[in-house]
Design a binder for this molecule. Structure first.
Ligand code: VG1
Ligand code: CO
Length: 543
């Protein structure tokens, strides 16, 4: 086998966003595009000579082809071993676990997460380090810098590697080890949760529905929920991973997981419903007739985690991304443990988890996880919920109501304006930045601005700084709004507006969230002039 050194030239725009590099699949399929980015990763981490890497993806269109190219390039760059999920499949949390369990030097995950898949949809790629977590900004900056100067890459000339058969093969001098993508992860879950208690709950007639949305979690959910926990076979639906996710968005929210929502709010609904995203790191939790907002889910999980064996020792701290509601902060306060507020994206939790300062982390975007891996983890959240329900003997709605009566209810909603012209979205944020100083004291729709800033984060572990992470508007009385632009889209810009308002009075805990938040939404419109800048009079997606 010959190692080829291919001449190339820098390709513009290979800047990793919130979670890796995401582009239209056809962009990734352009000559040298994937190769350049792969070589830039290898170079930025100081080469892969003698190293062990993990490789897998969510199975979307081009996953299999990209995996073969990366393997040939890893071999040509001198990697000692690449551990690959069978069929080049690994969920994001399973990849994170595999890196940690095998002591690998890092891993490449092929996914554009909740973005749709297919030749005309999205593809993505991210690098996780030896701790199993997403590359921090310092490294993604280095990778991007390398893409801007790269003039050649190395690749082995060879046939495809057989990735369907478990076991070891060789590619040049490199070992390719194909592993079961599910087994290790399922064992990890079994070590954290009281599977006997969950099994008893299910055996006692508790019915659940897990919608894998034709994405990567299907095989994981079937093994864990059906094979190991005894749920009925039809508890897991849409469990066959498809390259185009069956044409849908594998995004577990009430909009894209509408079928699940309809079922959970319909006649004879199951007791518990959940869905996960393309790469298995997100989760949506639904009870019979009740939707759990992700921010509430984080708070409930944190407040009750000690009921699961893996967290019986208690939590060191709770971390949430800045736009996530402050419901979790109230739990941290009650528990007497630190609460951390980080920029959007799981990479910012890595240091806190590594340093043992946070045990549970979460984001409003349907992401929760803990120090068991260094990624958010959809099935983990489902299992922790089931463990808590089994231990408490309560239903989802009852547990939620109890939580609100103890901590108050934090009404919360996110409004997404998708594929807005980038210059208009940038102009909106830029104008807000310029008016920040004038906002305090202004009254809009009955709400007075108390403070306003552009969130900047100083990492308490390594001191790294991240500025301009989103506009925060705090109103007198405790309501809050956040505006920021997405870093995962592939078309134009997506404006995200996050609305939040705390309600201590139990008489109002059953209010409609949209109504409870209407004054906050009106104040934001008056301040940010979303209609004028985006030309839209309502969001595309509300969660
Ligand atoms: C979104 C979410 C963010 C999440 C990120 C990756 O980012 O808001 O909370 O970490 O997606 O999730 P943005 O920049 O578009 O708001 V996933 O499941 O795509 O790995
Ligand atoms: Co995801």
């Amino acid at each position: 086998m010959t190692t080829l050194t291919i001449q190339t030239a820098p390709i513009a725009g290979q800047k990793p966003g919130t979670s890796g590099l995401r582009k239209k699949t056809r962009v990734f399929m352009q000559a040298h595009y994937l190769e350049n980015f792969t070589q830039a990763i290898f170079d930025a981490i100081g080469g892969v000579g003698g190293k062990v890497l993990v490789l897998g993806g969510d199975g979307r269109y081009f996953n299999d082809r990209a995996a073969q190219v990366i393997l040939r390039m890893a071999a040509a760059n001198g990697a000692a071993r690449v551990i690959v999920g069978q069929g080049a499949i690994l969920s994001t949390p399973a990849a994170s676990h595999l890196i940690r369990k095998r002591g690998a030097d890092g891993g490449i995950i092929l996914s554009a997460s909740h973005n749709p898949g297919g030749a005309d949809e999205d593809f993505g790629m991210k690098f996780n380090g030896a701790n199993g977590g997403p590359a921090p900004e310092s490294l993604t900056d280095l990778i991007f810098a390398r893409t801007q100067e790269l003039m050649e890459y190395r690749i082995l000339e060879s046939q495809d590697v057989e990735l369907e058969r478990l076991g070891e093969t060789r590619l040049g001098d490199m070992v390719v080890e194909v592993v079961d993508p599910v087994a290790d992860y399922a064992d990890l879950m079994e070590s954290l949760f009281d599977f006997n208690a969950i099994r008893d709950l299910i055996a006692g007639g508790f019915r659940l529905r897990f919608d894998a949305m034709h994405a990567v979690t299907g095989p994981y959910a079937r093994e864990i929920l059906v094979n190991r926990l005894g749920a009925a076979p039809d508890s897991v639906v849409n469990d066959r991973p498809l390259p185009d996710f069956g044409g849908g968005h594998p995004d577990p929210n009430p909009v894209w997981a509408k079928a699940l929502m309809d079922e959970m709010f319909g006649q004879d609904a199951p007791d518990f419903g959940a869905a996960s995203d393309g790469d298995g790191d997100r989760n949506m939790i639904v009870g019979r007739g009740v939707y759990v907002s992700p921010s509430d889910s984080l708070a409930v999980l944190a407040a009750n985690a000690h009921l699961a064996p893996g967290y019986a020792r208690g939590l060191a701290g709770i971390a949430r991304s800045m736009p996530t509601s402050r419901a979790a902060d109230r739990v941290a306060e009650r528990l007497g443990i630190p609460a951390f507020e980080t920029p959007t994206g799981w990479k910012f939790f890595g240091n806190l988890l590594d340093a043992g300062r946070a045990t549970i982390c979460g984001e409003e975007s349907f992401g929760t996880g803990s120090d068991h891996v260094r990624e958010k983890d959809g099935l983990w959240a489902v299992l922790l919920w089931l463990n808590i329900l089994a231990a408490r003997g309560l239903g989802v709605a009852e547990l939620l109501r109890e939580h609100w009566s103890e901590y108050g209810r934090t009404f919360y909603s996110r409004h997404d304006y998708e594929a807005v012209a980038a210059d208009r979205a940038n102009a909106l944020i830029q104008r807000l930045r310029e008016t920040l100083a004038d906002l305090p004291g202004q009254a809009h729709s009955g709400l007075v601005v108390e403070s306003a800033d552009d969130f900047a984060y100083d990492d308490p572990v390594d001191g790294s700084q991240s500025a301009r992470q989103g506009i925060r508007l705090n109103f007198e009385g405790g309501a809050r709004a956040v505006l920021r632009l997405s870093g995962t889209g592939t078309e134009g810009a997506t404006l995200r507006v996050y609305l939040e308002r705390h309600q201590p009075d139990p008489a109002h805990h059953g209010d409609d969230p949209a109504q409870a938040l209407a004054p906050v939404a009106a104040a934001v419109e008056a301040i940010a002039r979303i209609r004028e800048f985006t030309g839209r009079d309502h969001p595309d997606v509300t969660t």
